[in-house]
Design a protein. Structure first.
Length: 621
């Protein structure tokens, strides 16, 4: 690394100090030269005269600081800098003149102030012009961040002054009236023209300088440059930037949620009519879906929210968050939190008895596929018999509605996790048709992966990218349905208002997403590039490691075909067969016995015999 490049990469304060010293040296040299020119050599050698000549070299400093000479970036040196230097040097001249006149140093003529100031002004400008030329001529050789600023408005104009780590080539704007003009000697391009100059100018970054940009606007910009290797970053608002340097860490990356999130319309009144003044119990309330349910439920003014989870820290976090939300909204909803396991029937019975919930959202489940492949007994205890416990208690205490949060992995399951969720679905449906359900209606809501949930790839990819990679991917062709957590929970709440009992609601997850495309998007959103054969200097490698135990290439949302529409465009209703009630109850009894005996072979055989689509995965299990 050259001394020049090392200097460019110094902290901003260090560079400012170097420039100040540079200016002081120039001023002193000029003062000495002018003194030698105006004075006899004997007079120049006089120690008093020499002290005065050196001393009057410094008055420019406070004025250069005041006029921002040390905040200016050399490579953006222009007419504004020339004018500011002229004004600052004028004050410098007046101070020297005042010193020489009032202190009456007759041996140093007053013209010293004029000549020193003129030459100082010329040399300072020449010095900055030369450095600016050198930086701009050789910057590309030093692998710096050649950038385009998207947005030629006030924010883009102001923020260019603070981008010390970027070589700004120009601006991009969609306003046809601005295209072709220049700002601070930087040309404004259309999106189409910008795409053409990206390669020729070795552009590495697109810096978005548009305040309050909507999600749709972010998505549009991302789509415009998705096929490039550019890093896309969002600049903070100018008002939010503290004085000083703007570092890479200050840049706001696009959130993956902004790219994949859809605009979901909810019938708020219908949901409120269902939830208001009711006691709502949420199992798994510390999890990703359960916690978001608790947050959103508050908006619909329930009488009470009962949080149940077996993870102390997760429950602690959501409990504190709910307290803060309720306090900030002056909401009179009561909330209670219970550290309890759904498998502990007696303990959960006590919770039901003390709170008499009207509506139960059952979100408690183990869901990490590979982990459950080697922990089959615990998976069935929690996901199947834990669900049965909550179903029994909803009947016993005359709850009006039980909602099972299910998963696309329950459709023709290839793994233990999916199998346990499918059994839970069947148990729910059979209880809805039971004459002994005491009026409780049972509903299943099935959807695919939610971005950011504890079981999704998003936290893993975030962790891997933050640690420099590689991103591990099971297969290049693997796909998944994706939805953001708030979207999914909003539709879950909407589904409860549509339910009459016995439905399997399936949420519209959009089109399946290739996981490798998601990984590449996330790399780009981090402001990084993929490392591959075509880009060996990239930042993050994607490594294919093969399918994990029990993992499908493609998930499904429907067992049958031709789902029916509902009153909401993003909620469908699946039409599915229900097994014979007696036969299935016998299977559950056998399953309970096999668990007691820790008989894994019989458990797998029972799952294959009683779950539709399971048989072809028998050998895999």
């Amino acid at each position: 690394m050259t001394i020049f490049k090392k200097t460019l990469l110094l902290p901003r304060f260090n560079k400012q100090l170097i420039v100040l010293i540079n200016d002081i040296i120039i001023s002193i040299i000029i003062s000495i030269g002018v003194g030698l020119y105006l004075l006899e050599f004997k007079e120049f050698q006089n120690i008093s005269n020499l002290i005065i000549i050196i001393s009057v070299s410094f008055p420019f400093i406070p004025f250069f600081v005041a006029f921002g000479m040390y905040r200016t970036i050399f490579r953006y040196y222009g007419i504004n800098s020339v004018v500011n230097i002229f004004v600052a040097v004028t004050f410098h001249f007046l101070i020297i003149l005042t010193i020489l006149y009032f202190l009456n140093f007759t041996s140093i003529p007053l013209e010293f102030a004029i000549i020193q100031s003129i030459f100082f002004y010329i040399f300072i400008n020449f010095n900055r012009l030369i450095i600016s030329f050198i930086i701009n001529s050789f910057l590309n050789q030093f692998d710096t961040n050649n950038s385009l600023i998207y947005g030629a408005g006030d924010s883009g104009v102001e923020i260019i002054k603070l981008l010390h780590d970027y070589n700004v080539i120009g601006f991009i704007d969609e306003d046809s009236n601005k295209i072709g003009n220049t700002i601070k000697d930087k040309k404004i391009y259309s999106v189409e023209n910008a795409l053409k100059i990206i390669k020729t100018n070795k552009i590495t970054d697109i810096l978005i300088a548009i305040p309050n940009l909507s999600i749709q606007g972010k998505r549009k910009i991302f789509d415009q440059f998705e096929d490039t290797d550019l890093r896309i970053k969002f600049l903070p608002r100018i008002n939010d930037i503290a004085k000083g340097d703007l570092n890479l860490s200050d840049l706001n990356k696009i959130n993956i949620f902004d790219i994949l999130q859809r605009k979901i319309h909810l019938n708020i009144e219908d949901i409120k009519n269902k939830i208001k003044n009711k006691s709502i119990l949420v199992t798994g309330s510390g999890g990703s879906i359960g916690s978001e349910l608790c947050r959103q439920l508050i908006d619909y003014e329930p009488k009470k929210i009962i949080l149940v989870d077996n993870n102390e820290y997760s429950l602690y976090k959501i409990d504190n968050e709910i307290k803060e939300i309720l306090n900030s909204k002056n909401n009179i909803t009561i909330h209670k939190s219970y550290l309890s396991d759904v498998c502990d029937l007696d303990n959960v019975d006590e919770i039901f008895k003390n709170n008499l919930p009207d509506i139960i959202f059952h979100a408690a489940a183990y869901k990490h596929v590979p982990l459950l492949e080697t922990n089959i007994i615990h998976a069935i205890k929690n996901n199947v018999f834990g669900t049965l416990n909550i179903i029994k208690l909803s009947k016993k205490y005359n709850s009006s509605q039980f909602i099972l949060i299910s998963t696309d992995k329950a459709v023709r399951p290839k793994n233990i996790m999916g199998a346990t969720k499918r059994i839970s679905e069947i148990c729910t449906l059979l209880n809805n048709s039971s004459a002994s359900n005491n009026g409780t209606i049972y509903t299943i809501i099935r959807f695919g992966n939610v971005l950011g949930s504890n079981g999704s790839v998003l936290p893993l990819f975030n962790y891997q990218i933050s640690n420099g990679g590689p991103i591990t991917l099971t297969d290049k062709e693997i796909t998944r349905y994706f939805m953001t957590i708030p979207e999914a929970v909003g539709l879950v709440l909407q589904s409860t208002s549509l339910s009459q009992g016995g439905e399997v609601f399936v949420l519209n997850m959009g089109k399946p997403v290739k996981i490798i495309d998601l990984a590449r998007k996330m790399i780009k959103l981090y402001g990084l590039t993929e490392k591959n054969n075509d880009n060996i200097k990239g930042d993050i490698e994607i490594k294919i490691i093969g399918l994990r135990p029990g993992e499908k290439m493609h998930e499904e949302l429907l067992i049958g075909k031709n789902p029916t529409n509902t009153a909401h465009p993003d909620i469908m209703m699946a039409l599915e067969n229900i097994p014979n009630k007696d036969n299935f109850h016998n299977a559950i009894s056998s399953l309970e016995e096999y668990i007691k005996n820790n008989d894994i072979g019989e458990i797998i055989k029972l799952l294959n015999e009683n779950i539709e689509g399971m048989e072809k995965y028998k050998k895999k299990l």
